[in-house]
Design a protein around this ligand. Structure first.
Ligand code: HEC
Length: 146
């Protein structure tokens, strides 16, 4: 076969581009997984595909340090929604955990308790509005049917 010179150049360029793209891709993967935090429970290993837009899809919890401890210790008896909906300060979280331990058979959380409460206080603070603010000054437009 007799390749035209221009065509040969073009395919070389394409190879280089593909190579560079592959290199960037590998680099991206390395950077992304380099600092993956170690989580307390090996059986609840987090899958990177579980996190979409910072939300852990199986539970709805925000992705942050301590999240897997919450998944491990706080979603076995009730939904994570029950946890998310209750916005409390540190003292009330510790009291709620103590209440569950005394009345609902929640186990001793050990050093995970601090990790869990830190996570909850940080990601679901009391002051944050549970709902978006009401819309104001809306300019309604006419719906027209063509
Ligand atoms: C051993 C089972 C169990 C585990 C594990 C558990 N809970 Fe609970 N929790 C319960 C039960 C039972 C209730 C009461 C549910 C109800 O009222 O419907 C409850 C209620 C709650 C409530 C609502 C309290 C209220 O005043 O209404 C919150 C918030 C909560 N749990 C958070 C957590 C957190 C945070 C963890 C992890 C540290 C956790 N739970 C782990 C059993 C558990």
């Amino acid at each position: 076969m007799n390749f035209a010179k221009g065509q040969h150049k073009k395919s070389l360029l394409t190879s280089i581009l593909v190579f560079v793209a592959a290199l960037l891709f590998v680099l991206l993967i390395v950077v992304k997984f380099k600092d993956e935090p170690l989580e307390p429970s090996p059986k609840n290993k987090i899958q990177s595909s579980d996190i979409v837009d910072g939300i852990h899809q199986p539970t709805g919890l925000k992705d942050d340090e301590g999240m897997m401890a919450v998944v491990t210790h706080c979603t076995g008896c009730h939904s994570a929604q029950l946890v998310i909906q209750n916005r409390m300060n540190r003292e009330r979280w510790n009291a709620t955990i103590r209440w569950m331990q005394e009345t609902q058979n929640l186990w001793d959380l050990g050093e995970n308790q601090e990790l869990i409460v830190d996570y909850l206080v940080k990601n679901y603070p009391v002051s944050e509005k549970g709902r978006r603010a009401q819309l104001q000054d809306i300019e309604w437009y006419e719906l027209t049917i063509n």
